[in-house]
Design a protein around this ligand. Sequence first.
Ligand code: PML
Length: 281
Amino acid sequence: MGAVFSVRMRASQESMHISGGERLAEEERVREIAHSLIERALTHERGGPDSIHLTIDKMDRSDIQSIAALPISTIPVRDVHEGYAAAQRKLVEAGIPSAIAAHAIDLLKKGPGPQGTVMRGAVLMDVQTGERLEPDIARGVRVSRFDWKEETLRSWMDEVSSFGFNRSRIWEAIALASKVAAAPGVLAEICWSDDPSYVTGYVSSPSLGYVRIPHLKEKGDPVGGRIFFVDRQQTDISTLIHYLEKQAVWIDQLPENLIIPSPQEIAVGVIHGTDERTGKD
Ligand code: PML
């Protein structure tokens, strides 16, 4: 068996975050994955980068943790107002106090970085006080060193393709959300993209799974990001940051019910969209 490598890309323009990517690659796939991440950096809708960092590190296979993917559901909202209300409701269901959930949604709407900018990493928010816990609030905490096991992703794709979920943006987001949901002391996550044309976001947690919300911003809005809600009684911040940034994780199991249809979803049919990263449906 060959080595496993972590392959990470981040692209920026005048120090502003443009795009990023995180993969774990068996040795024979490192070139192909590095190539696809560079391609992503050079063709991103947020603009051409003036700096691309590609980092490739050999991992110790025995240190890689195994986890299961979160199951997916969709709340079929019609606009951003319904989208924010659904996100708020789901966060409260995941145990986040209502005022803290509202504060987090407002922060993502404004742009969580200094002066309303977007961040390379995520916000860590204290679930009791709403205080930000990441050491550098311009950078945030970047979730790193995670990926699907190739054969697990293949089975997942087979099962979800008829729902239109077999798109890189979705499986990458599910991999990240699954690693975050398995983190010590993280109760839930909310995310929507900073890509101006991609308006679907999600709320996730171990109990909710990965809940897609098709409108969490208006088309053309370049602001987005991720917030992880942290219970400081369950973890210390340095242990959590170490897990998120440094602990390698494979998604090598599927949940029993991969797709959880909501009653509304059954009534209206599943919402399809275009993957803005590949331009394909
Ligand atoms: C991103 O790509 O920046 C986050 C997108 C999250 C939503 C993906 C989806 O489920 O459509």
